[in-house]
Design a binder for this molecule. Structure first.
Ligand code: SAM
Length: 279
């Protein structure tokens, strides 16, 4: 295979690839499951209990703030997102995918303003929101635009407010197979692998190392990490083959997260990035 077949001469911009993925596949349902459910949300049964811990951590970081929330890339608004929105007086949902925005409108009704748009260049007024929540979105933004997107979230949050981002850690031992595949394929845009995924269009993904986030810290902006989840659904399915193994793994993961959160941040595939805008 030549590298030309892998890399078109004029690749589509990452945002168009991601929008097309979610419009055509991610937020389409075959009646039972959406494309996103099929690809990224099929976990071993034991994950259900474990996942309450990371969801509660995120809620604890956001709920006490109250006021106005900006939800970036909320997609089909999973239950965790609905609970976060419920802790605020008003929510504003911003997503590049029109079907996602329609789903958010249907779920949140009058409690939210739902808008098609990109966080890279939102056009929204500065210092409008008390908090921003952005889960599993930033690593689908072109690697050269991710800093701009984070600075836009910081611009939109009020002094004293908080930005909470769920990101990925490319140096996590659990991320090694996925990162190696991306290098082999010479790019970050590819059709997700696996036979059950043959129908899926390509999706863009790029995660900077955790040290990259230091650039946002200054005397008025604090940046820190908390653990979100140990592993994504695909490594979970590949590694945790039996129910007993999955239960043992998730019990150990939850214990490590509470006993040694910094170690969990270093090891886990997904961290929570907490950015506090002090003034
Ligand atoms: C992986 S889904 C995450 C959905 C949801 N937040 C969750 O955690 O399940 C990514 C979502 O981000 C949206 N998105 C991607 N790039 C975006 C951008 N630049 N601005 C706003 N939304 C974006 C996509 O359309 C999609 O709905």
């Amino acid at each position: 295979m030549t590298s030309n077949r892998r890399r078109p001469a004029h690749p589509a911009p990452a945002q168009e690839i991601v929008r097309s993925f979610y419009d055509r596949y991610g937020w389409r349902s075959d009646g039972a499951m959406s494309g996103e459910d099929k690809l990224f949300r099929q976990f071993p049964h034991a994950h259900q209990t474990y996942a309450r811990g990371p969801a509660a951590r995120v809620l604890r970081l956001l709920a006490p703030i109250g006021g106005r929330l900006l939800l970036v890339g909320g997609g089909d608004l999973p239950q965790s997102h609905v609970e976060i929105c419920a802790a605020f007086e008003r929510a504003h949902c911003l997503d590049i995918s029109a079907p996602a925005v329609e789903q958010a409108k249907a779920i949140l009704g009058d409690r939210a303003v739902c808008q098609v748009g990109s966080i890279v260049d939102s056009g929204l007024e500065s210092a409008t929101f008390d908090a921003v929540f952005c889960a599993h979105v930033a690593y689908h933004i072109d690697r050269s635009d991710q800093e701009r997107a984070v600075r836009e979230m910081l611009r939109l949050v009020k002094p004293g407010g908080r930005v909470v981002i769920i990101y990925a850690n490319p140096r996590s031992p659990f991320a090694i197979p996925g990162e190696a595949m991306r290098r082999l394929n010479a790019g970050w845009t590819r059709r997700p692998s696996g036979t059950e995924l043959a129908e899926a269009p390509p999706l863009y993904y790029y995660a900077h190392p955790l040290s990259w986030w230091r650039r946002f810290a200054d005397p008025h902006v604090g940046v820190r990490f908390e653990p979100w989840e140990a592993i994504g659904s695909r490594p979970a399915r590949a590694l945790l083959k039996s129910g007993a193994l999955a239960r043992a793994f998730y019990r150990a993961a939850a214990a490590l997260e509470s006993a040694a959160p910094s170690l969990a941040v270093a090891l886990w595939q997904y961290p929570i990035v907490v950015i506090d805008k002090r003034r």
